[in-house]
Design a protein around this ligand. Structure first.
Ligand code: ATP
Ligand code: MG
Length: 568
């Protein structure tokens, strides 16, 4: 594994951290307790990574704790597989909840008691209105809602009905429990929101014990209170729910009074970060699974070979704010390159091989050369490379009739083979169809190691592998899963899928050192990009995923901006 160093890159300040720090300074909070509350109905994605880095990051920086709490209140969509993947992904990102692994379902009995408390204090009632009618009674943003005819039931009748709901006497959807707040409120969330619904469904943890389940709004704040969460940090779409969050805390005998704070959710160009869409991508087999390397899931990103440190670096560069924005996916790639460049071992791999024959190299002979594992880091050591009469280079490193600035191979041109020798192309060998199938070359024996024997210069250094020991491999090149920066802006996001998001190259040849690469750990294929061995790989069939290419358009854009800003 690439080092998940604890040197925090996310210590940058933001308004949430400022609020927490101010509460500590003023003594409004003695300690800080945050939580990350995923619903176990899918794999975690980049957006969750932002929330994880924020919640766990704050706790770590300020000596507090962060709980992992599963919001498992909807048994219809939730699965143990997802809960397991979530724990794996949070840990992989470098965070730890210690003993604070919690489930909203652990609080079902307490939540139920509090629901009865609301009934007894006249603050909740059982409503028999069918869903359709209830929706129309709710009113609109400009018109107040109407009171339900069931709003004035007695406490006794409400308690009786609610207990029978729990006992499973009524079918799904027959009744709900609602808070009695204000049907004329300007905030739709305060128009007698539903607290409990009837759902005869098996729950992964509570089995068939419950026929009613609390809504997110009822479960969330109360779970926060039970866990003594000090700062309940969530995304902006819950801002309008905050008055309800506060109302419930005020009307219940909860053991603590947490506060909710909102920040803008992460959006990234050329992808979608909504579980609804991601679930469809998997279910409709547009991708191979939740961990398909094209997916914006943590599992997919990890499989691509991205180290956790790169993801944390990206999140730290994005920052935390209240304004909505979409982050350019190039910024993620840039953070990945910046993280990998200093640490990724260098290797040689030829993606589209073209045979190169060195005619003045003795037939049947090979020799061992030495290659550095990292150009700037001598501690990374060296590795042996076999050199011989037959080698492979990239097809696009040769052009028979090159344009002016093409410095690579063409008849008569001399280039350096990295860590090898200077070679000069003499002639292209063609098949009957006129396709170039090999290059006849000569080499300069005095240029061993790639050093110029007499100070003469070559304008290109190419990567290569030796026919004697190159290992066959499949390389999977990925590009954006969607073909527009804002998938779904004109309708169905899945209509914007990029049909060319995966390009499989099956005839690649890689140097033998790559046969022992570790799954998921990116190396740099010289001149080509960063790649990591896929778990599908077998000893006789290596499979590599492209983690990210080498060209950094984002850094260029930023560089240009800096230049423009410094020009006076
Ligand atoms: P989705 O919209 O993808 O279905 P969700 O909000 O339903 O996500 P949860 O499992 O409920 O998914 O999310 C757990 C936590 O992660 C919540 O606190 C939520 O605010 C946060 N979160 C989800 N998506 C993002 C995002 N894009 N950016 C930042 N935080 C997010
Ligand atoms: Mg949610």
């Amino acid at each position: 594994m690439v080092d998940t160093e604890t040197k925090s890159t996310e210590v940058g300040r933001d308004f949430i951290r400022d609020i927490v720090q101010a509460d500590l300074d003023a003594g409004r909070a003695q300690n800080v307790v945050t939580r990350f509350p995923p619903e176990p109905n899918g794999f975690l994605h980049l957006g969750h990574a932002k929330s994880i880095c924020l919640n766990f990051g704050i706790a770590r920086e300020l000596g507090g704790t962060c709980h992992l709490r599963f919001d498992d209140t909807n048994p219809v969509k939730e699965e143990q597989l997802f809960a397991d993947s979530i724990q794996r992904d949070v840990r992989w990102l470098g965070f730890d909840w210690g003993e604070h692994l919690h489930y909203a379902s652990d609080y079902f009995e307490q939540l139920y008691e509090w629901a009865e408390h609301l009934i007894r204090t006249g603050n909740a009632y059982v409503d028999d209105t069918p869903p359709e009618a209830m929706r129309s009674q709710r009113g609109t943003l400009t018109e107040p809602g109407q009171n339900s005819p069931f709003r004035y039931r007695s406490v006794e009748e409400n308690l009786d009905l609610f207990r029978r709901m729990r006992a499973g006497e009524f079918p799904n959807g027959a009744r709900v429990l609602r808070a009695k707040i204000d049907m004329a409120s300007g905030n739709m969330n305060l128009r007698d929101p539903v607290l409990y619904r009837i759902l005869h469904a098996h729950h992964p943890r509570t089995g068939d014990a419950w026929s009613i389940y609390p809504t997110y709004d009822f479960a969330h704040g109360q779970s926060d209170a039970i866990e003594h969460i000090t700062h309940s940090v969530c995304t902006l779409e819950f801002e309008d729910h905050r008055p309800l969050y506060d109302w419930l805390i005020e009307h219940l005998p909860v053991p603590s009074r947490p506060h909710q704070y909102e920040f803008a959710r992460l959006n990234v160009s050329y992808t979608v970060l909504s579980k609804r869409h991601l679930t469809r991508l998997v279910a409709e087999k547009h991708v191979t699974g939740w961990d398909d390397p094209r997916m914006p899931t943590i599992a997919g990103i990890r499989r691509r070979g991205v180290p956790a440190a790169a993801l944390r670096e990206f999140i730290s560069r994005v920052g935390v704010a209240r304004a909505y924005s979409t982050v350019d996916v190039a910024m993620l790639d840039s953070a990945i390159r910046d993280t990998l460049n200093p640490i990724a071992p260098r290797r040689m791999a030829v993606l589209r091989p073209l045979k190169l024959i060195i005619e003045n190299y003795p037939e049947g002979q090979t020799e061992t050369l030495e290659a550095r594992n990292h150009p700037d880091n001598p501690d990374a050591g060296v590795r042996p490379l076999t050199f011989g009469r037959e080698l492979y280079v990239e097809q696009d490193d040769f052009m028979e009739t090159p344009p002016k600035k093409f410095y690579r191979l063409s008849p008569g041109k001399e280039v350096r083979l990295r860590y090898g020798y200077f070679v000069t192309c003499r002639e292209a060998v063609k098949d009957a169809a006129g396709t170039v199938v090999a290059l006849r070359c000569t080499y300069d024996p005095a240029s061993k190691g790639g050093d110029s024997p007499d100070g003469r210069k070559v304008q290109a250094t190419l990567h290569w592998v030796a026919a004697a020991d190159a290992v066959p491999a499949e390389v999977r090149l990925y590009s954006h899963l969607f073909n527009r920066p804002d998938p779904g802006a004109d309708g169905d996001a899945l209509a914007d899928l990029n049909p060319e998001s995966l390009d499989v190259l099956s005839g690649c040849l890689v140097e033998p050192a790559l046969a022992s690469a570790a799954v998921g750990e990116a190396v740099q294929f010289e001149r080509t990009g960063y790649f990591a061995l896929d778990p599908d790989s077998r000893p006789d069939r290596l499979v590599f995923n492209r983690t990210v290419g080498l060209r950094d358009t984002w850094a260029k854009i930023q560089g240009a901006k800096v230049q423009a800003n410094t020009k006076t």
